[in-house]
Design a protein around this ligand. Sequence first.
Ligand SMILES: Nc1ncnc2c1ncn2[C@@H]1O[C@H](COP(=O)(O)OP(=O)(O)OP(=O)(O)O)[C@@H](O)[C@H]1O
Length: 258
Amino acid sequence: MHPRPCRAGANSPGASPPRHGSRRPSGTSALKTDAAPRVAGEAPGLFAPLDLTLAPGRITCLLGASGVGKSTLLRLLAGLPTGVEFRGTVSTLPCALMGQDAGLFPWLTVAQNIGLGARLRGEAADPARIARMIAAVGLEGLEDRLPAQLSGGQRQRAALARTLAEDRPLVLLDEPFSALDARLRLQIGDMAARLLQGTTVLMVTHDPAEAARLGDRILVMTPAGLAGHPAPPGPVPRRHDAPEVLAAQAALTERLLA
Ligand SMILES: Nc1ncnc2c1ncn2[C@@H]1O[C@H](COP(=O)(O)OP(=O)(O)OP(=O)(O)O)[C@@H](O)[C@H]1O
């Protein structure tokens, strides 16, 4: 099955009701948001046969060497062209994708970019919701700026706000915090994990500490395929200095260095 393509941060039709901040009780959605998105197949010359089934309502963190195919997996789930040959099947859900480039429209302000999904669906943008997302990513006062008038980290936060504002049952994040300083990385990462509670999330990161804090499930990708790595116990976001989190971070770092 070929999935319906996502737009970057502003996605396919079929809006689901707002549900940030609470776990959706199972069986309440006509969109079958408890379904598990899945990619099964191989990309000859890139990755061997793999079978990725995302845990519904949970954050899966995906790590692996540069060029191994992490973004390709995200794009497959988003139904977007990958530029590589893929032999297999993909089943997915309406999703919001935040790519590595923030993907903001340069002629739209921050607020207009965040409300873009609603506009593209022919709905009126909800100013209160946009304001909440702007506050959540700490961009108050910058609503009317164009992307070119923002720093790289501010652009990334605006793109994250746009992705979160979409409220899709599947959220695909490609290194969403890579341009942020250490303090913002912690704050915005924790905020995102809270806002995404109950949403099925696949997040690519190069940061073992981030995976240990934010991953309900952790996967490592190599040319041989995907392998699980034990996530620390407890709900996300976890404290960055919790002993189990530090231990998982160290073990994951060792594994990536091996
Ligand atoms: N549009 C494209 N056309 C052809 N090849 C591509 C295209 N996009 C990616 N590739 C190739 O596919 C491979 C996997 O790329 P991908 O972006 O999925 O890796 P990644 O694991 O996300 O890397 P990184 O961590 O550096 O972002 C790379 O070798 C890359 O050169």
